[in-house]
Ligand binder design. Sequence first.
Ligand code: FES
Ligand code: FES
Length: 157
Amino acid sequence: MEWIKADTLTLVTLHVNGRQYRAAIEPRMLLSDFLRQECGLTGTHVGCEHGVCGACTVLVNGAAVRSCLMLAVSVTDAEITTIEGLAKHPDFPAVYQAFTENHALQCGFCTPGIVASAMAEVVGQKKKEEEIVDVLSGHLCRCTGYHGIMSALRELT
Ligand code: FES
Ligand code: FES
């Protein structure tokens, strides 16, 4: 019965990509599920739901985080940026070009998460090879296109 479930819901407002999204949700709802189900921002992918694969990475106050490890109710004061928001960032065209020219994606499932980490931790920053490897080590690519991704990231430092 919906009335029974309604007692467990919490009303939250999240700030995502410069917009406000308000919804009544269960307190246990993950940020990744809120983004996909309540905001319709399906560019944030969900792979493992255990903080391992990095597919769900988004920016919270500019830092790359795994949205499957965060509760939506815990980030009501934060500014959240998903791949849809990053696609409007002035740095994004260069990222798009580098990934395209270096064949840095195949199926693309891991790509939104990697792009989020790259834009937070690599793009426009002077990174050593091992530091780029460290950033990429937080992401699993099932298509195993790591060489292409590394080439793209090198171009973006
Ligand atoms: S779905 Fe979040 S780390 Fe894999
Ligand atoms: S491009 Fe397919 S999982 Fe990475």
